[in-house]
Ligand binder design. Structure first.
Ligand SMILES: Nc1ncnc2c1ncn2[C@@H]1O[C@H](COP(=O)(O)OP(=O)(O)OP(=O)(O)O)[C@@H](O)[C@H]1O
Ligand SMILES: [Mg+2]
Length: 626
């Protein structure tokens, strides 16, 4: 849970601060270039597509940059004709029409039209190709991540929260797709536009260009002074947003508990306080970053006025054509755009590389070990053997040492013991969710490390401590354990597990969709469904890790009854908290702190008057807490 919360606040922060570089700082990749190269290798198959995209992007921006100057020629033509006309009038010549060369203007406008069209067409094709390239690349990346996730040991999932894993698989992937699609070409077009515009400006007048450039340091000072302080507030805003999210999440997830303990007022007060902090931080962040835009506009306009003034003088002197001044002013507008764009892109790319790095981190995780071990198969009647087995969780001391257990086919093995004794752990080991640290676990005489995991698991079915049902119909949930089950088998299983009777009373019957917490059916009914699911699987060996939750007595009887049917003639491991369930187990394994402290059947153990007898008696003394 604690890890889950972290991801709320450390979610990759988009690079989209309201005004470019005044936004929150993006996460940084640890190995920027290494990750870039690796990401590039995913795209290398589409190198031709990318080359075409780059060429088209360059052409599109060149045309884009050239148009103002060409269009300026039209203005110059009009101006020339007009001035000639005025001069003629002044000279006393009768003028019906100013001698404006409309043919030339038509030609110019046609050329401009063609250039805009070409530019638009190139942009379109380039977008089209790039979408394919980026989607294919992310597809490959997703495929690799997905197949990796299947090969990761369960311990990876113990150490990483669901939120963290999901954020990598979804947010980070989206980030990469978006950036590949847009940012790469934007880097090219922005650079070309910047260089092109500068080039055009110089070609018109180097003096005016220098005046225009003089405004840049001024803008830099503004950004340099204001941005850092707004960034500070953005960071604070982000932090309190994270805290607030946690609070909301906690209170919604636990709203029943909050209400039942009358902590609503408390929760609201806490929320209000945090909300107030968030409000202040956001307000300051937005306020300060909001200053940047008007300041920049002011500086830009100052430059504009200067150019218009000096340019006007030069036009009057005949130093520069009027159309060129018009073009120059247009260029001045376009000039700062690629700079801000590149600054934004730098953030986007940083964040994306960080995303890619997080995905590669998962892809590089050590995988489950599939090497067979040098333990020969043995001839045995035993179904399952735990032979001098040692086990401890990753990074923890050994929990179990020299654990021995032989299970005959059809035997019912009950595992009991106080909480934390290692009962669930034994079961996880049987199904090879974790690897033993020493000794051997054998199934039909063969070490389970010499079988595939799928093979091992095909012998088992589980009814688990936390009844896991997915969002879907009851029918699909039942079918989940065995996709080959026929309709008749599924209904028979539902009947055997006392599911059929209550499902028939639901308005949608077997098509009832279970919601996320399956709150539309009761806890006991959920358990019955998981039992029915095990019936559908019809496994050789059954594992029951009994839920501690108490259900009403009638359902309890149903569960007991269903379990007994399910266990009949089957090898089974039963972790029972209600010791009454396991009175007729063939063998009861009493565990404490990872070790077996007693074995025997109920009567033997009671006669022994040891650990088990204590447990049993304490339960019937009314102390059910185990
Ligand atoms: N995934 C895990 N990673 C690390 N340690 C774990 C993990 N799962 C369990 N443990 C630890 O191993 C010990 C045994 O846990 P286990 O879940 O097997 O107990 P249990 O007997 O099933 O208890 P309960 O009756 O509460 O279900 C505990 O100390 C627990 O904290
Ligand atoms: Mg357990």
């Amino acid at each position: 849970m604690a890890k889950d919360k972290e991801t709320v606040s450390s979610k990759p922060v988009g690079p989209k601060g309201p005004h470019g570089n005044a936004g929150p700082k993006p996460e940084k990749a640890k190995h920027f270039w290494k990750t870039v190269r690796r990401l590039a290798s995913y795209m290398s198959a589409y190198i031709w597509g990318i080359i075409i995209v780059l060429i088209l992007a360059i052409l599109a921006s060149i045309f884009q940059v050239m148009t103002p100057k060409v269009l300026g020629q039209a203005t110059t033509e009009i101006y020339k004709g007009f001035m000639t006309g005025v001069a003629q009038q002044k000279a006393g010549i009768q003028v019906d029409q100013f001698p404006i060369d409309f043919e030339a203007i038509k030609r110019i406008i046609f050329v401009v039209f063609l250039m805009y069209m070409a530019s638009a067409l190139f942009s379109f094709i380039q977008q089209f190709v790039m979408t394919r390239v980026s989607q294919r690349t992310v597809y490959k990346l997703r495929r690799d991540l997905k197949s990796k996730m299947r090969r990761l040991p369960i311990s990876y999932y113990d150490q990483h929260s669901n939120g963290d894993i999901m954020s990598r698989a979804i947010n980070d992937m989206d980030n990469i797709a978006g950036t590949l699609q847009q940012s790469i070409t934007q880097v090219v077009t922005s650079t070309v536009t910047f260089v092109g515009v500068l080039w055009m400006m110089f070609s018109i007048s180097w003096k005016l260009t220098l005046i225009a450039l003089a405004t840049i340091p001024l803008s830099l000072i503004v950004v340099g002074l204001v941005a850092p302080s707004s960034q500070k507030f953005f960071a604070r805003q982000q932090k309190s947003l994270g805290l607030l999210n946690n609070q909301v999440e906690e209170n919604y997830a636990g709203h029943v508990v909050v209400k039942s303990f009358n902590h609503e007022k408390d929760a609201i007060a806490k929320f209000d306080a945090e909300n107030e902090i968030l409000y202040k931080a956001s307000w300051k962040a937005q306020m300060i970053s909001g200053i940047i835009m008007p300041l920049m506009t002011l500086i830009n306009n100052l430059g504009y006025v200067l150019i218009a003034m000096f340019g006007g003088i030069q036009v009057a002197n005949g130093g520069i054509a009027l159309g060129n001044i018009q073009a120059f002013l247009q260029y001045m507008n376009q000039f700062s755009q690629p700079i801000t764009q590149l600054a934004n892109l730098a953030n986007t790319i940083q964040a994306t590389v960080a995303s890619a790095e997080r995905i590669f981190e998962v892809i590089d995780e050590p995988e489950m070990n599939d090497d067979p071990v040098d333990i020969p198969d043995i001839q045995t009647d035993d179904k399952v053997i735990l032979d001098h087995m040692d086990f401890g969780y990753e990074g923890k001391p050994l929990l179990m040492q020299d654990y021995n257990l032989n299970v005959k086919p059809g035997e019912m093995i009950a595992i009991v013991g106080p909480t934390g004794a290692g009962k669930t752990t034994v079961i996880n080991l049987l199904e090879r969710f974790y690897e033993v640290k020493g000794g051997s676990i054998k199934l039909d005489g063969r070490d389970i490390r010499n079988m595939t995991r799928d093979d091992v698991r095909s012998h088992y079915a589980m009814v688990l401590q936390d009844t896991w049902l997915f969002t879907g119909t009851i029918y699909d949930n039942l079918k989940y354990s065995n996709q080959d089950a026929s309709h008749e088998e599924i209904i028979a299983a539902a009947k055997a597990a006392h599911v059929d009777s209550f499902v028939r009373q639901l308005p949608d019957g077997y098509d009832t969709v279970l919601n996320e917490e399956a709150s539309n059916i009761s806890q006991g009914q959920r358990q019955l469904i998981t039992i029915a699911r095990a019936f559908v699987a019809d496994p050789e060996i059954l594992i029951l890790d009994e839920a501690t939750s108490s259900v009403d007595t009638r359902t309890e009887v149903h569960i007991q009854h269903a379990m007994q049917r399910l266990l009949k003639n089957r090898t089974s491991f039963v972790v029972a908290h209600r010791l009454s369930t396991i009175r007729d187990a063939d063998k009861i394994i009493v565990m404490n702190e990872g070790s077996i402290v007693e074995t025997g059947n109920h009567d033997e153990l009671m006669a022994k008057d040891g650990f088990y007898a204590d447990l049993y008696n304490s339960q019937f003394a009314g102390n059910v807490a185990m």
